[in-house]
Ligand binder design. Structure first.
Ligand code: GRF
Length: 189
């Protein structure tokens, strides 16, 4: 059985989609969901879905080995960031080389980097008059949004699209592609 640990900071609709994708799986299981937001909606989803979830604070994550040791004990085959907003400490990246992936709601290297998350990304895409946007699934390294790209998918943007229209097109791509890419990575291990 392959183990996934998910990190999320917000709503967790991708987490729910991934959990549902692997619900009947006989070779992939969601070990737990970790969040840095005590009141994140993702925690309600985990309770409803019967998935173990834990909240951690900045001290546990960055200033002690609390989260690192937890991850080491779980031994995940893949760590998946699904809307997780804190930078991953180097000690965690070093402990899990090529095992941490992220999804970014744009076509990197465009619209990446600090501050480029959520609707900020879609606003920038609209302001620049882009005719397409999409998703990027990539490995996580020490710099925001700069690890090797694993998979990208595109969608068209029209001048009539509002920020929320772009967001929903991108979310649809995330739901379609993210679980499949995770599955392929795990099968390839
Ligand atoms: C997604 O758009 C993802 O690409 C980004 O954060 C968002 C998370 O949405 N990194 P949700 O919490 O899964 O609904």
């Amino acid at each position: 059985m392959k183990n996934i640990v998910l990190f999320a900071s917000g709503s967790g609709s991708n987490v729910e989609n991934i959990v549902q994708h692997f619900q009947e799986s006989t070779n992939v299981t969601i070990a737990m969901v970790l969040t840095n937001k005590r009141d994140a909606k993702v925690l309600d989803r985990c309770n409803r879905l019967n998935i173990r979830s834990l909240y951690f604070n900045r001290t546990a994550f960055q200033h002690t080995d609390c989260v690192l040791d937890l991850l080491k004990s779980v031994k995940p085959d893949l760590i998946v960031l699904a809307g997780f907003l804190w930078k991953i400490p180097e000690k965690i990246i070093r402990a899990f080389p090529n095992k941490i992936i992220n999804i970014h709601p744009a076509l990197l290297p465009k619209y990446g980097g600090k501050g480029m998350y959520g609707d900020n990304v879609h606003k920038a895409v609209k302001e620049q008059g882009e005719t397409e946007t999409g998703i990027t699934i990539h490995y996580v390294n020490e710099n925001y949004d700069e690890g090797a790209i694993i998979h990208q998918a595109k969608t068209k943007v029209t001048s009539n699209d509002k920020v929320e229209d772009i967001a929903s097109k991108v979310h649809a791509l995330e739901y379609e592609h993210f679980p499949k890419v995770i599955e392929q990575l795990l099968v390839g291990l």
